[in-house]
Design a protein around this ligand. Structure first.
Ligand SMILES: Nc1ncnc2c1ncn2[C@@H]1O[C@H](COP(=O)(O)OP(=O)(O)OP(=O)(O)O)[C@@H](O)[C@H]1O
Ligand SMILES: O=P(O)(O)OC[C@H]1O[C@H](OP(=O)(O)OP(=O)(O)O)[C@H](O)[C@@H]1O
Length: 231
């Protein structure tokens, strides 16, 4: 059996992932030229590398079309409902840190916690004639956090595919749920994170698609151990 590992195809996530595999004794080279989306691992003939975008990697892991992948925990948890049944988070890799957060306009002086926001949501229709609107591309994480964890039911999700932080100023939503690392985009848009508004501390992970065939494959365990030893 050939084991496929999907790695980020660009940016810092790619560089950081390649560095970890190098330290793990699994040096990766592109098949063909540098722009190739296939790679190999020197000395590991039954392993192949597929370079994909971080969101594609999470999808392929969830569908079981690759064996391993390096991607953000946020993308895995957003993409699939019972994600731990589909995949195993084998290792947190220490890069790609970003938090999925609930942020509201700074001028909402009385709103600092999810409980405060619950009060706002409950009054919103009476005051404004519509539900509180949340801009996000993380609709699953938002629903779980608002409805299941905080019992807030009165809101509407406005799907955002980019520039989410601009939604409150442009009037397309009242608040946002988005990823932040340095916080500078939130500050530039006069938004503040609620005190208990961190939905997920995400980072890049080595993720394994759960497949029965992996039990008999020594190479599967060898990959996990090599990467863990490199951390
Ligand atoms: N500052 C940040 N902004 C956005 N994502 C970040 C940041 N820091 C870490 N990440 C992580 O990077 C991953 C997303 O990477 P990337 O934007 O390359 O993915 P993608 O959506 O597949 O790419 P593309 O936008 O080209 O389709 C997520 O897991 C996210 O948590
Ligand atoms: O807290 P900060 O360091 O300011 O980072 C946060 C920004 O980074 C992300 O955008 P990015 O363009 O990287 O990714 P996206 O287009 O996938 O949202 C995110 O959506 C924020 O806009």
């Amino acid at each position: 059996m050939t084991v496929t590992i999907a790695l980020p195809s660009k940016g810092r996530m790619k560089d950081d992932a390649l560095a970890i595999f190098e330290r793990a004794g699994m040096p990766i080279s592109a098949v063909g030229n540098d722009r190739s989306y296939r790679g190999r691992v020197e000395g590991w003939d039954n392993v192949e590398i597929a370079f994909l975008s971080a969101s594609e990697i999470s999808r392929e892991l969830g569908n079981g079309t690759v064996d391993f992948g390096v991607t953000g925990e946020d993308l895995m948890r957003e993409g699939f409902s019972e994600v731990d049944k589909r995949v195993e988070f084998c290792a947190r890799l220490g890069f790609g840190h970003a938090d999925v957060v609930v942020a509201v306009p700074e001028i909402w002086l009385d709103v600092d916690t999810m409980a405060d926001l619950g009060d706002v949501a409950a009054d919103f229709r009476a005051r404004h004639g519509r539900r509180l609107a949340i801009a996000t591309k993380y609709w699953r994480l938002t629903q779980q956090f608002f409805s299941s964890q905080h019992g807030i039911q009165l809101y509407r999700i406005v799907e955002s595919l980019g520039a989410t932080e601009g939604a409150p100023a442009s009037g397309s939503a009242d608040i946002i749920v988005d990823i932040t690392s340095t916080g500078s985009t939130l500050r530039a848009n006069h938004l503040k994170v609620l005190q208990d508004g961190v939905i997920l501390h995400s980072q890049a992970c080595l993720v394994r698609a759960r497949k029965d065939s992996h039990a008999e494959e020594a190479v599967v365990q060898a990959i996990i151990e090599a990467v863990r030893a490199a951390l």
